[in-house]
Design a protein around this ligand. Structure first.
Ligand code: SF4
Ligand code: ZN
Length: 420
């Protein structure tokens, strides 16, 4: 028998109205910060008999025992079991935690996996909110939103730093790596279908992401495996199957089936999209892209900037300025929103020559993607340490300095065909 949970037993309110609530340093009772100490959130599927439904266990001290305003470690593991549960659903549940926890009055959540940050306000604490209530919320939401596949659910919350460290390294990181590896072994050619995602139509009514193994959604949060799981969990939901049987143009990645799907899902606003070109029929961008890529005419290359980077790019525009001309669900040849992981993909701007076109990135982003980007550059073009040729804000913020640096480095983009 499945019981539908409507009320969540916590001492504060729970509503989407609290989702944007900010808790300032001075107002916080306690903070769990995954960028400083070992923290993580994880969903794991288990066998039925391993789970006692609605068991919420705190292993370690409750919040009462932490000094006011202190930074602590936390790890919460949501264990689920069900006849129709699949391990592929785990990241889809996990991704919802951000919104679930933010809906709690007086609690703020950012990030995911082992880079989470959770703040609990003094007000929430004073009316009795404790760590176990995070467990109550996760239990109630996972049980009600995923009732089709979750029959039993229990939550374990660890608050001792040594447990968090041990479990992060022995359990969580291997689980995250395993998921990433599964995806890394898939190519666009090796699968039979792609998926659409229209979650962002709430803000950008004609926007459709086409999600493939080598091109994740531009928000960076929806991989092909996630889209597949979302479709299986909710066949009439935001992610639909798109066949890829009728290829029109291999070079730019255009398919008749994809065009038909995009036409229908955009309510007729879009006719044709390519998967691999930034110039010809590029995919649309909504507003939540992690990065923007735009052509840099003096070098025949492209500049990429990310949301976290507040400074100037050699295009003479900042991220918000580029975003205002790239977003909104319309096709803007020469500019494209995309996820961070797409940067090292062999399909990144394949039609225009691929990642060899990248001439500039903010340093922090470059460092983040360097390992995989260099691997791809080595494999595709035999270039060693490609990121060494790519400029950043410490090297150039204007086209003249940029081109001088690229010339000195012998950057391949300089000798490629002009993009326009
Ligand atoms: Fe879906 Fe992300 Fe694309 Fe939005 S940006 S439609 S959430 S894949
Ligand atoms: Zn979006």
């Amino acid at each position: 028998i499945k019981i539908k949970i409507t009320n969540i037993d916590i001492p504060v309110a729970f509503a989407s109205a609290f989702e944007g609530e900010i808790i300032r340093r001075g107002d916080m009772q306690v903070e769990f910060d995954g960028s400083r100490v070992d923290c993580f959130e994880l969903v794991q599927s288990k066998d039925m008999e391993e789970i006692e439904d609605h068991r919420i266990e705190i292993i370690g001290p409750e919040i009462d025992e932490f000094p006011e305003g202190s930074k602590q470690s936390i790890a919460y593991i949501v264990e689920v079991a069900g006849k129709n549960m699949q391990p592929d659903f785990e990241p889809v549940f996990e991704r919802k935690f951000h919104s679930y926890i933010n809906c709690i009055e007086g609690v703020m959540h950012t990030g995911q996996r082992d880079m989470i940050r959770v703040r609990i306000s003094k007000d929430a604490y004073q009316v009795g909110f404790r760590a176990k209530h995070i467990g109550e919320v996760l239990y109630a939401k996972v049980k009600s939103e995923f009732e089709a596949v979750v029959d039993k659910c229990q939550v374990k919350i660890y608050t001792m730093p040594e447990d968090c460290t041990k479990l992060r390294h022995e359990l969580a990181v291997p689980a995250f790596d395993k998921r990433d590896d599964r995806l890394r072994n898939l190519t666009d050619e090796s699968v039979d279908v792609y998926y659409s995602c229209i979650l962002c139509q709430a803000f950008s009514p004609s926007h459709v992401c086409v999600v493939t193994p080598e091109r994740l959604g531009l928000c960076g949060a929806v991989s092909w495996l996630d889209a597949k799981a979302t479709n299986e969990l909710d066949p009439n939901g935001p992610c639909q199957v798109i066949t890829k049987e009728k290829c029109i143009d291999d070079r730019i990645g255009e398919f008749e089936d994809v065009n038909e799907a995009v036409h229908k899902l955009s309510q007729g606003a879009l006719e044709e999209v390519s998967l691999y070109s930034i110039m010809e029929k590029p995919m649309t961008s909504c507003g939540c892209f992690e990065c923007i890529c735009g052509i840099e005419p003096f070098s025949n290359g492209v500049v990429i900037t990310n949301r976290e980077y507040a400074g100037m790019t050699p295009l003479g525009m900042t991220f918000p300025e580029l975003a205002s001309m790239t977003g909104g669900g319309v096709q803007t040849p020469g500019f494209m929103g995309h996820g961070k992981h797409f940067i090292a993909s062999k399909k990144f701007m394949k039609a225009e020559g691929g990642i060899e076109r990248i001439v500039w990135m903010p340093k922090e982003l470059k460092d983040m993607v360097a390992e995989r980007l260099n691997e791809t550059a080595k494999e595709l073009y035999g270039i060693d340490n490609f990121t060494g040729m790519v400029a950043d804000e410490t090297i150039a913020q204007d086209p003249e300095t940029l081109v001088a640096f690229l010339t000195e480095q012998g950057h391949p983009a300089l000798s490629m065909n002009p993009m326009m």
